[in-house]
Design a protein around this ligand. Structure first.
Ligand code: 13P
Ligand code: SF4
Length: 319
């Protein structure tokens, strides 16, 4: 066997990985931000757990020298746009997003150009390049508010999630021009299996993320971002919930509302497709290595970063 194919001895993770991550966080003056869709071990190590909006806010106000972003690439990019002087690292650079990947900047620009004078509201699940071509960024928490703030005589373009766009159109009564994108996780749920589950658990409520398809949303007792879903189960009085979003959120639901039952909405196929394959590329071992090596780091062209910041700042000011 060639020597170079042997595993690197120094890359073996330490026996007490959690303690080592906590030690490195102190040594690096680092903050660990984790999205609700991260595996529970990463959530338990995080300084802030939240939805896309809460994590953008946490990134905007941090004083740490290093931000370790346990989420997907567009989230870490947003943190870098808000913190050009800080080091932003990710556990795995390949953690992308089907929505961001399905909306390349050249196609987005060509689409926009068909609607001169229209206002482009873009979901935060997009690249920095697409952000730089947008008027407003929104998240699932504030999309309704952002679209409502735009004068009624303006045509509004909404990209890249069609399902969220349809939900916003319904809530605001506005006609939106929609980009035809969707999330591979939120389109996986089976309405047929959900109906059967609701019959099996008659006291359970179906709650859903607005990235789900319309027929499912029409059956839901509550629709909201991951943070809104988490708040809802803490204040609502149902004993059980069927949760139609990435199953990582169930960890915080069980913690914040003990005694209630949480059932992950089932995908049509017999697979773990209600776990985001991009989010789940991150592991505690990769968080440890990112902190140890300060790599992989997110870097952005300064001119692009400045342009991408404008619609993000508009969103933060409005929400
Ligand atoms: P939140 O806005 O709820 O964080 O959703 C982000 C996301 O990627 C949903 O799939
Ligand atoms: Fe993107 Fe969907 Fe994964 Fe969210 S769950 S990061 S929208 S692929």
């Amino acid at each position: 066997m060639a020597f170079s194919s042997l595993p690197l001895v120094h890359d073996t993770p330490p026996a007490d990985l959690d303690a080592e991550i906590r030690r490195l966080k102190r040594e690096r003056n680092a903050v660990l931000l984790a999205h609700f869709y991260q595996e529970s071990e990463i959530q338990d190590l995080a300084d802030h757990i939240g939805d896309s909006l809460e994590l953008s806010r946490a990134a905007a106000r941090t004083e740490a020298d290093v931000i370790v972003f346990a989420g997907v690439h567009f989230m870490a990019e947003t943190a870098k746009i808000l913190n050009p002087e800080r080091t932003v690292v990710v556990p795995d650079l390949k953690a992308g997003c089907s929505l961001a990947d399905g909306c390349p900047v050249d196609r987005f620009k060509a689409w926009r150009a068909q609607y001169p004078g229209a206002v482009a509201v873009t979901y935060i699940n997009c690249s920095a390049a697409v952000k730089a071509e947008s008027d407003y960024i929104c998240t699932s928490s504030n999309a309704v508010k952002i679209v409502s703030s735009i004068p009624k005589d303006k045509q509004v373009l909404f990209a890249p999630d069609r399902n969220l766009g349809l939900f916003v159109a319904k809530e605001t009564g506005r006609e939106l021009v929609l980009w035809p994108g969707s999330c591979i996780v939120h389109e996986t749920f089976s309405l047929r299996k959900l109906e059967a589950l609701l019959l099996e658990h008659p006291r359970a409520k179906l709650i859903a993320h607005p990235e789900c398809e319309q027929p499912l949303l029409e059956r839901a007792a509550f629709i909201g971002s991951t943070a809104a879903l988490l708040r809802f189960v803490q204040t609502d009085d149902a004993p059980a919930y069927i949760v139609a979003t990435e199953s990582g959120i169930l960890h915080q639901m069980r913690r914040k509302a003990p005694g209630k039952q949480f059932i992950a909405a089932p995908p049509e196929a017999n697979c773990a497709c209600n776990e985001c394959p991009f989010m789940r590329l991150n592991t505690p071992e990769k968080v440890y290595r990112a902190l140890r090596d300060l790599s992989p780091a997110v870097e952005l062209d300064p001119e692009l970063r400045q342009r991408a910041r404008i619609p993000i700042d508009r969103m933060l000011a409005l929400s």
